[in-house]
Design a protein around this ligand. Sequence first.
Ligand code: AMP
Length: 219
Amino acid sequence: MNIILLGPPGAGKGTQARKLVDERNMVQLSTGDMLRAARTSGTEMGKMVAGVMDRGELVTDEIVIGLIREQLEGDAVDGGGAGGGFIFDGFPRTLAQADALGALLNELDQPLDRVIEMQVDDDALVGRITARSTCGDCGEVYNDKTTPWPADGNCANCGSTKQTRRADDNEESLRTRLLAYYKQTSPLIGYYYAKGDLVSVDGLASMDDVAESIKSVLA
Ligand code: AMP
């Protein structure tokens, strides 16, 4: 089963994707994670997108479509890693990306089974994002208020001491990211609704309740 998790920054796409990877053997394809990895390893592309990402703007369709193509045509498919299917997390974000993904999946004879829209209101997003930190080693997500980084300083999942905060998790770039979402990404809701692929879930519910809603969509 191949699915898209669609929603504004802070809706919980990454958190739910990680649960699906653990529980259903799915493969998470997060363009945000791929771009951050390119920055960390200092590739030319990574250097090129750094400023754009920090400002909260979208990088070009060409770059992200290229990243997804590489993954789909490479090991992710051939190695059987996608036995449980792909989760597209943070991709597509524009209509051009949605068209490109449709064409790529067609080429590879892969279905797109569901597009799950995670609905969250803007006030909740600001609160979640400004409180967010992640483990620099395993990617576990924490929230200063609801699930704080453990007091002993070690990640509860892997024991690492590398608590990190994303450079773009500040109010100014969040405003730009939200604007980009409403202007460029939210038209995808209508696009997938018209195709009959869209299901919406309440992203404001607790993490476990959201996971349950997603589970029933995938049943
Ligand atoms: P995310 O981790 O999904 O919030 O993405 C972080 C940043 O990476 C975004 O604010 C964009 O600058 C960039 N990015 C990630 N995915 C995409 C995409 N599909 N299209 C364009 N830019 C993206």
